[in-house]
Write a protein that binds this ligand. Structure first.
Ligand SMILES: Cc1cc2nc3c(=O)[nH]c(=O)nc-3n(C[C@H](O)[C@H](O)[C@H](O)COP(=O)(O)O)c2cc1C
Length: 143
């Protein structure tokens, strides 16, 4: 049984709650899951994976978190062509520009975004968001 990685960065736990729920969805879909803080994995660790999820809140000014997630995503870009990637993250006040930019960046590099767009939520995930996270996990498991 193949393992599906859910790699995230989270400062105050909101995006981590989403990651954990996506992990539950993957397990409910019958696949093994590895929910991993981005500081515990390198881009090479995901290089050969066909399906995975990446999560990061909106940080900076509508950007990925700069110390860990941004270098990780930059390092992963050469390997994303043909990969199926679920995206997710929390935000505080913006209009989700960070997520649209992130999607575009990965699509330009040849990735397919699972469910066509990332799951976003304002601050801590409510039950509707957690349902979406569960669905994303199941969709990843079904690929
Ligand atoms: C330094 C910093 C920069 C942020 N920049 C943005 C931003 O540009 N747009 C936005 O909508 N939220 C922004 N936020 C709010 C976070 O995205 C929000 O608090 C989110 O829920 C944090 O998720 P986490 O608990 O997974 O860290 C920022 C928060 C911090 C601490």
């Amino acid at each position: 049984m193949s393992k599906i990685y859910v790699v995230y960065w989270s400062g105050t736990g909101n995006t981590k709650s989403m990651a954990d729920k996506i992990g539950e969805g993957i397990e409910a879909g019958g696949k093994e899951v590895q929910v991993t803080d981005v500081s515990d994995i390198s881009p090479e660790g995901l290089k050969d994976e066909a399906v995975y999820a990446l999560g990061c809140p909106s940080m900076g000014a509508e950007e990925l978190e700069e110390d860990s997630m941004e270098p990780f995503v930059a390092g992963l870009l050469p390997f994303v062509a043909g990969k199926k990637i679920g995206l997710f993250g929390s935000y505080g006040w913006g209009n989700c520009e960070w997520m649209r930019d992130w999607e575009e960046r990965l699509k330009k590099a040849g990735a397919e975004i699972v469910l066509e767009e990332g799951v976003t939520c304002l601050n801590d995930p409510d039950s509707e968001t957690l349902d979406k996270c569960l669905e994303l996990g199941k969709a990843l498991a079904a690929l």
